[in-house]
Write a protein that binds this ligand. Structure first.
Ligand code: FES
Ligand code: FES
Length: 157
């Protein structure tokens, strides 16, 4: 099927089979390998992308379902000048990642959380990030990073 998805602001025509997932299409058709595949059945959150601003498990969505939608992947988080997003800076600074496998999904989930809730307390951050699994960090650094990025984005840090 011929579809068009606006990916990180770029309208992108794609030729896909109906059985192809959004995650595979992003990785294999578009070369956007920042969308990671862990469990491939909706549990781990590593494949999280934003579809029309909402977090979606890209392993559970068919590419054809995203026809006409706007998709943001981790590659779209940094500024046009290559400057890292405050969340990316904060994950680095606060040890919010080790192997980095969960990180793209964490970042996009956190970006959505901070859109909805610019000044979350730590319990709200934990709840908001609870659908994303990390096998390395013990989560403390991730909560620290989201808290720090929230302050930067509010302009109070
Ligand atoms: Fe999609 Fe785990 S790879 S939720
Ligand atoms: Fe390794 Fe989260 S940093 S899974």
């Amino acid at each position: 099927m011929e579809i068009t998805i606006t990916i990180n602001g770029e309208p992108t025509p794609l030729s896909v089979e109906p059985r192809h997932t959004l995650a595979d299409t992003l990785r294999e058709n578009c070369g956007l390998t920042g969308t990671h595949l862990g469990c491939e059945h909706g549990v781990c959150g590593a494949c999280t992308v934003l579809v029309d601003g909402e977090p979606v498990r890209a392993c559970l969505m068919f590419a054809v379902q995203a026809d006409g939608a706007a998709v943001t992947t981790v590659e779209g988080l940094a500024g046009a000048d290559g400057a890292l997003h405050p969340l990316q800076e904060a994950f680095g600074a606060h040890h919010g990642l080790q192997c980095g496998f969960c990180t793209p999904g964490m970042l996009l989930t956190a970006a959505h959380l901070l859109e909805q809730e610019p000044d979350p307390d730590r319990a709200t951050i934990r709840e908001g990030m609870s659908g994303n699994i990390c096998r390395c960090t013990g989560y403390q650094g991730i909560v620290d990073a989201v808290e720090a990025a929230a302050a930067v984005l509010r302009g109070s840090a």
